[in-house]
Design a protein around this ligand. Sequence first.
Ligand code: HSE
Length: 303
Amino acid sequence: MTPGAVTVRVPATTANLGPGFDCLGLALDLWNTCTFTVKPGEVRVEVEGEGAGHLPVNAHNLIARAFFEVYRRQGQLLPVGVRIGCENRIPLGSGLGSSAAAVVAGIAGANTILGSPLTLLDMLRIANELEGHPDNAAAALFGGLTVVTSDSTGFPMVQKMDCQPWQVTVVLPEFKLSTIQARRALPEQVFLRDAIFNIGHSLLAVEALRTGDRELLFRALDDRLHQPYRLKLIPGAESALQAARSLGAPAALSGAGPSIIAFPAENPEAVQSAMQNAFREAGVASRAWTLKPSFIGLITEFT
Ligand code: HSE
């Protein structure tokens, strides 16, 4: 065993699940793997798979930034060098939590090397501060379906909920939409009636996923706080959502988009192809996955 060599695996996540804006997250069985080796030299990030050739390979890489942030917060001298080897399966800028996965990987890598002084909740607090919203990070850390918010001091409160092992079809259009752009499209103030609508729908969405009531989920995924603004930014997204719904599958924007998720009862291929056709008709190519929820989150091991 090489001292200081640690491997972390972090799952993809879909956030919001319609009405649960910034509060709901679901971990999916699609993983990034990062191996951290502390040794004299420089900061070097090697990326295979998604993002290879695009992501920074030096200290500007998000994983490296999160890694060093933990050293700083723990009052530790920064290591003289680290090699971070990544095998990425989570597509970038997709709405599947790739940046939360990077932040969680960096935090968890440093934490494990430092002897695990941080709990999952401590790691979530750091991820929230780096990311600006905790929903993807909560699901990535804890796995399964998570509800997260903060208490009045800003400390995260998180609960992992029971959830059906239903298939989740994800369709990712080839269209660039950063989370920053997608958040800028939102109003700063909302009507009380819309907030009430979303609170009720979120509670019912969690209950539907817990008990396996797909008809309830179909209705509960409606949202008034973010989807109406964001779907308009993505060509074909509204039609793709409706295509899934017309086949009876509950559907929502995944996180800030541009992916759309659907929960097909059966025949995920038909739902997937209807959604991809809708994007194609809007002139947008797409990629698709049919995934299962992951009931486990972050995995760390010495390698
Ligand atoms: N809850 C965040 C948002 C998720 O919708 O902006 C970003 O992936």
